[in-house]
Design a protein around this ligand. Structure first.
Ligand SMILES: [Zn+2]
Length: 71
């Protein structure tokens, strides 16, 4: 007995890939002529399903900077 060698370790670079949900963005739909929320890739209007111009799509940020009214 003896002389055993450790089995080769497998290195799968894709193993640690985590499927993150796409970030919410907002873009202008040329068809609906309104700002819509986009959560698909490539960006697509959730209302009319038409592709959006990626140049008009920007990350959607919640208006957290706004101070809630009322005092
Ligand atoms: Zn649309």
């Amino acid at each position: 007995m003896g002389g055993r060698t450790a089995p080769p370790e497998r290195h799968d670079p894709m193993t640690n890939e985590i499927a993150e949900p796409p970030a919410m963005r907002e873009g202008g739909c040329p068809y609906c002529e309104r700002t819509v929320l986009v959560y698909e890739e490539p960006p697509r209007c959730p209302l009319c399903a038409c592709p959006l111009d990626e140049q008009t799509v920007k990350p959607f940020v919640f208006p957290e900077d706004r101070v809630p009214e009322g005092d």
